[in-house]
Design a protein around this ligand. Structure first.
Ligand code: ADP
Ligand code: MG
Length: 245
């Protein structure tokens, strides 16, 4: 499959109010396909993801999506957030809404679909993640793995171009990690563009078109899974991989 450039960070720095430099003059391109971001805790992985849909604004530098500067005043940010949707570590489902309503709500409020259209789409993606029988359950009646599959279905309901995943399996018990990774595998096989922060190195090995290694807010190394896992060039990549395996 031809990969084309989707995102470009140009000399992006992010300094938080406590004067921590989370991202330090980072310039990277991210292509379509599956990109996995790895690196030590606190290295800036979540901040990179959050810059891509402007949940965090860069302190300086530019974030381009399809060559458009997403930080510019006339950029349509709400449209962008529909196209570039996010799945969080802790699911972020609305506890007071049923699963079906969790899936419907943004389709009705943001995409301005009719209720019937929204329900049709929701049921289609509930089926895709194997949870049609949970449509009328509430989030607290679901396992962690099921909640995350619902969160993925909710993202899919927006018909996104890109899904950002921030450690989607980190809050899950080992036996539930599999079911979530299985859904993600299917999406990867279907050609969905995904940018994934994860510590699941087996997933990264088999599914990443490209791996970015981040440390201290900078790009340490990037490459195919073969480059990174079998032939890492940078000492910090080696040290990171030694520490987690
Ligand atoms: P990672 O996801 O790789 O663990 P983060 O992107 O969450 O790293 O964080 C990078 C650095 O920025 C860390 O030092 C973290 O403590 C800091 N940081 C992240 N978010 C905030 C915030 N909202 N306010 C202050 N500091 C933050
Ligand atoms: Mg993080």
């Amino acid at each position: 499959m031809m990969k084309n450039k989707l995102f470009e960070l140009k000399n992006v720095t992010k300094v938080f109010k406590n004067s921590i430099i989370a991202i330090d003059d980072l310039s990277i391109e991210i292509n379509s396909g599956v990109t996995v971001i790895i690196g030590p805790s606190g290295s800036g992985k979540s901040t990179v993801l959050r810059l891509l849909n402007l949940l965090e604004k860069p302190t300086s530098g530019q974030v381009l999506y399809n060559n458009e500067d997403i930080t510019s005043k006339d950029f349509n940010l709400s449209n962008h957030r529909m196209k570039v949707t996010m799945v969080f570590q802790n699911f972020n489902l609305f506890p007071h809404l049923t699963v079906l309503e969790n899936l419907n709500i943004a389709q009705i409020d943001v995409l301005k679909k009719t209720r019937i259209d929204a329900i049709n789409t929701s049921m289609q993606y509930l089926d895709r993640v194997g949870l049609t029988d949970k449509a009328y359950s509430y989030p607290n009646q679901l396992s962690g793995g099921q909640k995350q599959r619902i969160a993925i279905a909710r993202a899919l309901c927006m018909n996104p171009d890109v899904i950002l995943f921030d450690e989607p399996t980190s809050a899950l018990d080992p036996e539930m990690i599999k079911e979530v990774l299985l859904v993600m595998r299917e999406l990867a096989n279907d050609g969905m563009t995904m940018i994934i922060v994860t510590h699941e190195m087996n997933f990264a090995k088999s599914f990443a078109d490209e791996i970015l290694v981040i440390d201290e807010g900078r790009l340490v190394e990037r490459g195919s899974s073969n480059d990174i896992f079998n032939n890492p060039k940078n000492e910090r990549t080696k040290r990171f991989l030694d520490n987690i395996t």
